[in-house]
Design a protein around this ligand. Structure first.
Ligand code: HEC
Length: 137
């Protein structure tokens, strides 16, 4: 009986430490992503992720940002100039491809965007960016 109790305690400890580590990994990625956002994305999507009306779309509460991760990874890698409505609005500016960012930087900046400006969504991993990059256009 005592033994089972110790095993359960140990397992609870492992779960706890694991959760702590995941939180720290997420926070580190968000911190790195913020620096990239300030340098690369802020000029168009603005400090609060609100964008510029009719020019650059907002990232806060955007169905793109909160939706399919592969799609937003693709937009960073290849840019976007479809001029299709984004959440029922049109934007006149184009977004260039960000070929200078590596997989880690794209994962970090998108993890930051998905966890800022009132957004709450899962992290983007390096593996997910790699998978989209390896696909043909
Ligand atoms: C030159 C201005 C500019 C820069 C810099 C820029 N974007 Fe964009 N972004 C746009 C425009 C304009 C669109 C919409 C294009 C369209 O409608 O065809 C867009 C679309 C998007 C979208 C999909 C639509 C949405 O609102 O969710 C995401 C996500 C996004 N950008 C994220 C980023 C991130 C992250 C960075 C930095 C790595 C960045 N952008 C840098 C102008 C920019």
């Amino acid at each position: 009986m005592k033994k089972i109790f110790s095993v359960i305690l140990f397992l609870l400890f492992v779960v706890f430490v694991n959760a702590q580590t995941n939180q720290q990994t997420l926070k580190a990625s968000i911190d790195r992503g913020q620096k990239i956002y300030f340098k690369v994305c802020l000029s168009c999507h603005m400090l609060d992720g609100g964008g510029v009306p009719h020019m650059n779309p907002p990232l806060s509460q955007s169905s793109y940002v909160l939706g399919d991760k592969a799609k937003i990874i693709y937009i960073i890698l290849h840019g976007l100039e479809t001029r299709e409505p984004i959440d029922d609005e049109y934007y006149s500016n184009n977004m260039a491809a960000h070929t200078d960012l590596n997989n880690q930087q794209i994962a970090d900046v998108l993890t930051y965007v998905r966890n800022s400006f009132g957004n709450k969504a899962s992290a983007v991993s390096v593996a997910e960016v790699k998978a989209v990059r390896s696909k043909k256009k």
